[in-house]
Write a protein that binds this ligand. Structure first.
Ligand code: HEC
Ligand code: HEC
Length: 340
C-alpha cells in the first residue's frame, strides 16, 4: 500500500516536472515542451487551448492582416528560413525596407522583452505592433477588426475561442498563443546533457567547452535559451555616422546606448545574416568579430574582449553552434488553410 502511494506520488511528480510536456489548457490541449526547455509560464488571461492556437496560426500566416493583402507575419518570420527572413533587413508592404534585421520568433514565448530594444513585453504585447507599423503591414486596429469581421470563418472562430466577434485583443492573444507553440529544443546539446555521450561530435564538444570557457559566450548566451534576455553593447554598427541607439531609446539610460537584446542561439544556423543590422553574413564572421573583441566604444560590455582563438578553435565554436543547437525536431510548421 505504502509503496503504491510512493510510486503514484513519484509518477505524479514526474508528470509535473520530469517529462517533456505539460497539460496547460482547459480543453486538454497539450503544450509540447521539448527536451531541454523549461515549462513555459503562460499569462493567466491567455491560457492555451487547441482552438486558440489554431486560430493564431491562421492569423499568423494570413496576408489579409496587411493593407494590400501582401504581407503576413510569416513574410518576415518564415518557418522555412529559421522563422526569420534570410535577408539583412525586413521588407514590408509596398516593398518598404526597415532598418533592423528580422529576429527569429522561435522560443519567443519564453521571452519577457520583445524586439531588439525590448520595447514590447511578452508575445501578446508584441503582436499588434507590426500590423500597425506603416512600413510593415500598415492597418489601423479599427480597419483590421472591421476587415476580419467580414470574414465569416474568423467571426465563427473568435466566437468559439473568445465568445466575441473579432477584436484586436483577441487577435493579439491568439497570435501570442500560437507563437508559444513554436519551440526548438531536444537539440544534440540537450541530448548530450541528458547523458547521450555520442550526441555531439568531437569538434562540437570542443566547441562547447570553448563556448562555456575560453570564448566566454555563455556569459550572455547561457542555456537553456542561449540568451540571458538582457541588453548588451557588443559594438555592432557603432562606427556608423548615426548608429542605432538600441535599448537607450527605451530606457533613456546612457549606459544602454548601442545595447541590443541578446538573441537566442537555438537554430542559429538557419537565421543568417546575423546581428540587429544583419551586418555579419556567416557564423564564421560572427566568431571573427568576437575574436577581435567587438568594436571598441565607451559602452562596450565588459564581457567582450579579444579572445585569441586559434583557427581550429574558431572552427570548433562554429561547429558547436551549428551542430549542437540545431534540433532534429525543427518546428517546420506549414501554412494552414485560411478561413473564408
Ligand atoms: C515587414 C517585416 C515584418 C513583419 C510583417 C512582421 N515582423 Fe516581426 N519583426 C520584424 C523586425 C524587423 C523585428 C525587429 C524589430 C525591432 O527590434 O525593432 C521583428 C520583431 C518581432 C518579434 C520580437 C522577437 C524578439 O526576439 O525580440 C516578434 C515576436 C515578432 N516580430 C512577431 C511578429 C508577428 C506576430 C507578426 C505579425 C503580426 C510580425 N512579427 C510581422 C519584421 C517583421
Ligand atoms: C556581453 C554579452 C555577450 C557575449 C559575451 C556574447 N554575445 Fe553574442 N550577442 C550578444 C548581443 C547583445 C547580440 C546582439 C548584438 C546586436 O545585434 O547588435 C549578440 C549576437 C550574437 C549572434 C547573432 C544572433 C542573431 O540572431 O543575429 C551570434 C551568432 C552570437 N551573438 C554568438 C556569440 C558567440 C559565439 C559568443 C562567444 C564568442 C558570444 N555571442 C558572446 C551578447 C553577447
Amino acid at each position: 500500500m505504502v509503496y503504491r502511494k510512493i510510486f503514484l506520488t513519484a509518477m505524479l511528480a514526474l508528470s509535473l516536472f520530469g517529462v517533456p510536456h505539460a497539460i496547460d489548457a482547459d480543453d486538454g490541449f497539450e503544450h509540447q515542451i521539448p527536451l531541454g526547455l523549461p515549462k513555459m509560464r503562460v499569462p493567466k488571461d491567455n491560457p492555451l487551448t487547441g482552438a486558440k492556437v489554431e486560430l493564431g496560426k491562421q492569423l499568423y500566416f494570413d496576408p489579409r492582416l496587411s493593407r494590400d493583402n501582401t504581407v503576413s507575419c510569416a513574410s518576415c518570420h518564415d518557418p522555412e528560413k529559421g522563422w526569420s527572413n534570410g535577408e539583412r533587413f525586413a521588407t514590408g508592404i509596398r516593398g518598404q525596407v526597415g532598418g533592423r534585421s528580422s529576429p527569429t520568433i522561435i522560443n519567443s514565448g519564453y521571452q519577457y522583452f520583445q524586439f531588439w530594444d525590448g520595447r514590447a513585453k511578452h508575445v501578446e504585447g508584441q503582436a499588434l505592433g507590426p500590423i500597425q507599423n506603416p512600413i510593415e503591414m500598415d492597418l489601423t486596429l479599427e480597419e483590421l477588426v472591421e476587415k476580419l469581421n467580414k470574414i465569416e470563418g474568423y467571426r465563427k472562430a473568435f466566437e468559439e475561442v473568445f465568445g466575441t466577434p473579432v477584436t484586436s485583443d483577441g487577435i493579439a492573444k491568439a497570435i501570442g498563443a500560437f507563437e508559444r507553440t513554436v519551440l526548438s529544443g531536444n537539440a544534440p546539446y540537450d541530448q548530450f546533457k541528458q547523458g547521450k555521450e555520442d550526441a555531439l561530435s568531437d569538434a562540437a564538444r570542443r566547441g562547447m567547452d570553448l563556448f562555456f570557457g575560453k570564448a566566454h559566450c555563455s556569459a550572455c548566451h547561457g542555456p537553456p535559451h542561449f540568451t540571458d534576455g538582457g541588453f548588451h553593447n557588443i559594438g555592432v554598427g557603432i562606427e556608423n555616422d548615426e548608429p542605432d541607439v538600441g535599448r537607450f531609446a527605451e530606457s533613456g539610460l546612457g549606459g544602454d546606448r548601442g545595447s541590443f537584446k541578446t538573441p537566442t542561439l537555438r537554430e542559429i544556423e538557419k537565421t543568417a545574416p546575423y546581428m540587429h543590422d544583419g551586418s555579419l553574413a556567416t557564423l564564421e564572421d560572427v566568431v571573427e568579430y568576437y575574436d577581435r573583441g567587438g568594436t571598441p566604444n565607451p559602452q562596450l560590455a565588459e564581457d567582450i574582449f579579444p579572445l585569441n582563438l586559434t583557427d581550429q578553435e574558431k572552427a570548433d565554436l562554429v561547429t558547436f553552434m551549428k551542430e549542437g543547437l540545431s534540433s532534429p525536431d525543427y518546428p517546420a510548421i506549414k501554412a494552414p488553410e485560411l478561413p473564408e
